[in-house]
Design a protein around this ligand. Structure first.
Ligand code: C2E
Ligand code: MG
Ligand code: MG
Length: 265
């Protein structure tokens, strides 16, 4: 596949509305209640069909186009959250998690853009969570710490994504003003009774709590995994056990259902 061709197709896709956000529920393990969603981008190309973000996000990063794509994602996700909050006043506690690529963190305009999105949507900073991968975090050093602090000053929450995949300097981790640690699904997947990955997940959870972070387990696929995670003190779960990423319409149904359930109990 020629890069330049795909690059121009990405441009075209942005301009012609070929991207769509899906929303995957994040569940509080102690209550089984919906706590929020992670926005996940989808590209439906008329010629090529569905293209996974695993394929095109790295390419968008290489070409710098990720900034334009990321701007679209931030806006779309925040407007969607605004719509849901207006529609369901009982859902004002829901958080919207948005993936941020390393280019976007380095970008000088990021804060201005977020300020204007928050002002335009009326959403409080505390309702959004920006997900930054462990490797991005470790790559960037002092400048990142400053940028992250500026985000925190707006009450925006920060998550480390895919924790365990990169090479965190543990002694460095406490310097980042992070609220949530997401355990990479590779660890969650390989947890079985007595398996050593249970001990790894336990240790990561203790580490996160020591640093005042909450823990989200990614890729929860079985009830057994959910039970173990809950026992280990992991607060949140995300994965096919609870739900696949949903279209906006289906996510809306999930919100409606979760509100009805909490009113019954
Ligand atoms: P991620 O941020 O770690 O997102 C979680 C990925 O795990 C999603 O893949 C999700 O569909 C998948 N997943 C969720 N539950 C399960 C499960 O139980 N089992 C398995 N096997 N997988 C599960 P997806 O949507 O294909 O996205 C892949 C990656 O692409 C994301 O990983 C993220 O790094 C990137 N990405 C997606 N959307 C965006 C975006 O808007 N901006 C940026 N910068 N990156 C994005
Ligand atoms: Mg993520
Ligand atoms: Mg992840």
């Amino acid at each position: 596949l020629r890069l330049t061709q795909l690059e121009s197709e990405l441009h075209y896709a942005l301009e012609h509305g070929e991207f769509e956000l899906y929303y995957q529920p994040i569940i509080a393990l102690s209550t089984n209640q919906l706590s929020g969603f992670e926005a996940l981008i989808r590209w439906k190309n008329p010629k090529r069909g569905f293209i996974s973000p695993i394929e095109f996000i790295p390419l968008a990063e290489d070409t710098g186009l990720i900034v334009a794509v990321g701007d679209w994602v931030m806006k779309e996700a925040c407007y969607q959250l605004q719509t849901w909050m207006r529609q369901f006043p009982e859902a004002s506690h829901l958080k919207m998690s948005i993936n941020l690529a390393s280019h976007q963190i380095r970008e000088p305009d990021l804060l201005d853009k977020l300020d204007s999105i928050l002002a335009q949507t009326g959403i409080d900073g505390s309702s959004i969570r920006l997900e930054i991968t462990e490797s991005t975090l470790m790559d960037q050093g002092e400048q990142t710490i400053k940028k992250l602090s500026q985000l925190r000053a707006r009450n925006i929450q920060l998550s480390i994504d895919d924790f365990g995949q990169g090479y965190s300097s543990l002694s460095y981790l406490h310097r980042f003003p992070i609220n949530i640690l997401k355990i990479d699904r590779a660890f969650v997947n390989q947890m079985s009774d007595g398996g050593e990955n249970i001990e790894i997940v336990r240790t990561i959870t203790v580490l996160a709590h020591t640093l005042n972070m909450s823990v989200v387990a990614e890729g929860v696929e079985t009830q057994q995994q959910a039970d173990i995670l809950k026992q280990l003190g992991c607060e949140f779960g995300q994965g096919y056990l609870f739900s696949r990423p949903l279209t906006a319409a289906d996510a809306e149904l999930a919100i409606a259902k979760s509100i009805n359930l909490s009113q019954v109990s």
